[in-house]
Design a protein around this ligand. Structure first.
Ligand SMILES: [Zn+2]
Length: 257
């Protein structure tokens, strides 16, 4: 608990950004000189970049702080064997780089071959960050936490099974509905994803209003219902939130004949 705000060592064994620095940067509250130092660090640190992306995506200092600590704890958890961590992290970075290169070039190839509008849904889809706090090592995880742990590791099939169980026990667990939808989109099943997202559209008492519309638009697009997708995207654009810019960008690509 007491160490949570302190910088952590990263794989290159240099000090990472503090939670405070990441939050301030995400809220544009750092002076020019600090900004330069922070940006130089971000260029070479995947951990801080991930934490910053998380901070950009959710509002409120307290929630940002929880999320960043969660991400850092995750990484600490993954690199807790110090003798091999340095090398394996290097391998992971190289592998990620290669994968990214492959993905980028295959997307490019794919688009040059099949310029279909519904394929834009995959291009614009990124899974939403996990906002469910997972406490490790103290008590056993509950069903939602276990599912979200699988989600964090990109095991959407396992996460989905767990989230369905949570929803079966409590149909008003909107967090579970939301992440079940994200899993389904990741697993290329947009129709059942829409069913979960509709539960959120109908309800008001949850924190996923904007992302719900965004993922709903992507699901309709994936099903080739371009008109419905455009209609939702226009609704997001009017609301002036985090997904406004992405929605404008997607709308403009949908206009191209
Ligand atoms: Zn770092």
């Amino acid at each position: 608990m007491k160490n949570k705000n302190l910088p952590v060592k990263n794989e290159a064994d240099s000090l990472c950004l503090s939670t405070e620095q990441i939050i301030n940067y995400s809220e544009n509250l750092v002076i020019a000189a600090d900004r330069e130092v922070i940006e130089r660090h971000l260029e070479q640190c995947a951990l801080c970049t991930e934490a910053l992306q998380g901070a950009f995506q959710i509002p409120g200092r307290q929630r940002k702080q929880n999320l960043i600590n969660e991400i850092k704890a995750n990484i600490r958890h993954k690199i807790r064997t110090p003798s091999t961590s340095h090398r394996s992290w290097k391998l992971v970075s190289v592998a990620t780089g290669l994968l990214l290169l492959l993905t980028t070039s295959s997307i490019f190839y794919f688009y040059s071959q099949h310029p279909q509008k519904q394929d834009l849904a995959d291009k614009f889809f990124t899974p939403y960050s996990n906002i469910v706090p997972i406490t490790r090592g103290e008590q056993p995880l509950d069903d939602l936490q276990s599912a979200m742990q699988a989600y964090e590791f990109g095991r959407y099939d396992i996460a989905l099974a767990g989230l369905k169980k949570v929803v079966a026990n409590n149909s008003e667990n909107f967090t579970a509905h939301f992440y079940a939808a994200i899993c389904l989109i990741a697993l290329k099943q947009p129709a059942p994803a829409i069913d979960h997202l509709k539960q959120l559209v109908a309800a008001e008492n949850h924190a996923f209003q904007q992302p719900t519309l965004w993922y709903l638009a992507l699901s309709h697009l994936k099903l080739n219902d371009i008109q419905k997708a455009k209609q939702i995207l226009q609704q997001i654009v009017k609301q002036d939130g985090f997904y406004q810019k992405k929605s404008k960008e997607l709308l403009s690509q949908l206009e191209i004949e």
